[in-house]
Design a protein around this ligand. Structure first.
Ligand SMILES: C[S@@+](CC[C@H](N)C(=O)[O-])C[C@H]1O[C@@H](n2cnc3c(N)ncnc32)[C@H](O)[C@@H]1O
Ligand SMILES: [Zn+2]
Length: 326
């Protein structure tokens, strides 16, 4: 984690008082990075670990490792400092003994490979893409989204559910600083590798849950949410985005409304009902996508013989300063 990133982060245990987290840097690299350490709240003393250079800012760390037991074992074996070992052992003692499901978006989970293919591989040599008569470009979704954004070189942007950070890194070319957030440690690890290869100094990633994000209110000039809404509570998500955005700033949401892959059973939305929800939660939809839904191709490769093809909707909406919540 870049040392300067600490100044962007606040404690998630108390929403009313927003305390900036203090970095305890146990293992440093080049005077600029924290490889192992803690982010500590000066008010409630909550400790959030930084492991393999990745800040994990979640409310319930034992709950987080419960779905990632293999990864937890690896952290325990490979961490370098006694303080981290102690912290991990303590957290392990609070893990419930029930058999928990492994997270599907971590390395080894069913969604890991499809996103790695989509976000990191060269699609030109892919068997399906080569054999299609229709010249389909799996990057079209990112290209359309990023091209629709006007640069704001003094602005700060947030990419929620960023996976391996392809969209985050592209946004880095248009904003002064961009933060990518995802619950999957494995995805964030890959995203940080690409960030380091590209020498992107103005991008950083952390593990966090969209239901409690470690950022000040009205911090962001843009929030990007690609293909996430079925996996979270969409009303809560919109309310969080409303708080995080500066007045009159935009959220961009893309989604296939595919409830076959959802984890949480909530209300299901389609293009029309989701637009209504966005408006009911204090946003004004851009006239160009208010009535007309988009159909942007998006392909995920499940394995050598199975692909998922989606048409994804696109909504751009502006935060209205005054709005009543119903
Ligand atoms: C369908 S993928 C979309 C990834 C990327 N935005 C894209 O469009 O290529 C959803 C991502 O959201 C992450 N995710 C799911 N629930 C989350 C939550 N509550 N908080 C943060 N990230 C979450 C998953 O780990 C996964 O990387
Ligand atoms: Zn605190």
């Amino acid at each position: 984690m870049k040392i300067i990133f600490a100044k962007h982060l606040i404690c998630i245990k108390h929403c009313d008082k927003q305390y900036r987290l203090i970095l305890e840097n146990l293992i440093e690299k080049d005077g600029k990075e924290c490889i192992e350490g803690f982010l500590i709240c000066p008010n409630c003393n909550s400790k959030y670990p930084i492991i393999e250079g990745i800040a994990i800012i979640v409310n319930n760390f034992p709950g987080y490792i419960e779905n990632r037991t293999e990864m937890y074992g690896k952290w325990l074996l490979e961490c370098k400092t006694d303080s981290m070992k102690e912290f991990l052992k303590d957290s392990g003692r609070s893990v419930s003994t029930r058999l928990a499901e492994s997270d599907l978006y971590e390395d080894g989970g069913i969604w890991y490979f499809p996103y790695k293919w989509f976000q990191q591989e060269n699609h030109r040599e892919d068997r399906l893409i080569k054999s299609l008569k229709w010249n389909i470009n799996p990057d079209e979704l990112y290209d359309r989204v990023i091209n629709s954004i006007n640069p704001k070189f003094d602005g700060i942007a947030l990419d929620l559910g960023c996976a391996m950070g392809k969209s985050t890194i592209k946004l880095g070319k248009k904003y002064s600083f961009v933060i990518g957030v995802d619950l999957s440690f494995s995805f964030i690890k890959e995203a940080r590798k690409v960030m380091q290869q590209d020498l992107q100094g103005n991008v950083e990633f952390c593990v966090a849950d969209t239901s409690s994000l470690p950022f000040h209110r009205m911090k962001f000039d843009l929030v990007l949410v690609m293909n996430l809404i079925e996996l979270v509570n969409p009303k809560e998500l919109l309310s969080t985005i409303h708080k995080l955005l500066k007045p009159q700033c935009d959220v961009i949401i893309t989604d296939p409304y595919d409830y076959n892959r959802k984890r949480i059973i909530e209300d299901k939305y389609d293009a029309q009902s989701f637009r209504q929800l966005v408006e009911d939660n204090g946003f004004e939809i851009n006239p160009s996508n208010k009535k007309k839904e988009a159909f942007i191709p998006w392909i995920l490769k499940i394995n050598e013989r199975v692909y998922l093809f989606y048409f994804v909707d696109f909504i751009r909406a502006k935060k209205l300063s005054k709005h009543k919540l119903f």
